[in-house]
Design a protein around this ligand. Sequence first.
Ligand code: DC
Length: 220
Amino acid sequence: MRNFVVAIDGPSGTGKSTTARILADKLKVLYIDSGAMYRAITYLVLKKKINPTDSSKIIELTKSADLKLEGENVYINGEDVTKQIRSLEVTNRVSAISKIREVREILVSKQREFANSQSVIMDGRDIGTVVFPNADFKFYFTCDIKTRAARRQQDFRDHGLKIPLDKIKLELKKRDDIDANRKESPLRKAKESIEVDTTNMIIEEQVDCLYKKIISQLDN
Ligand code: DC
């Protein structure tokens, strides 16, 4: 099979990451959670108590950070931060950090390196528009806010956190707003991407939908 790139974009809580991870497993290709990279930098900013408005310190930190994604695990400067990057603190701060142009440039170049010599499935906000504008397959996930909030709540529960639905909904809306209206690489549907509304879909259906589209084209 030839090398290919699958880009999956959309707001948080639409099921991108879970779908992408299972799909990559099924297709035996690399999965990259680009959001985890922004989260890891945010974790480091918080850990080092850097003022979130101090862009130049944050850029320096990003430049020097040793960021590794290994399977489901995320490491920054040798520390396993897989769990920590899902905390509420990181979740609420990550959009502000990912607005910084230079931070994006550094992480985007890392993201492109992953696809240098292998097939990759990557999910995020700008994968089909900026990171891989020539991706072989582009999908854009949508889902209604109630379902997204409920899914996020379950994610938090899985990580041992009990958070009220209203609070999650509010944070999701806030994050959507920053992600979609920022100057640098805002969340947009690439015009050639296939829209997948996951509101009434279960994970297996989402995986199957993408898998069929990819396989049918790769076979041609
Ligand atoms: O997918 P996620 O919720 O883990 O992403 C966390 C944040 O990272 C999201 O609010 C916006 C940012 N992000 C981004 O700006 N670009 C990406 N390609 C992926 C994530």
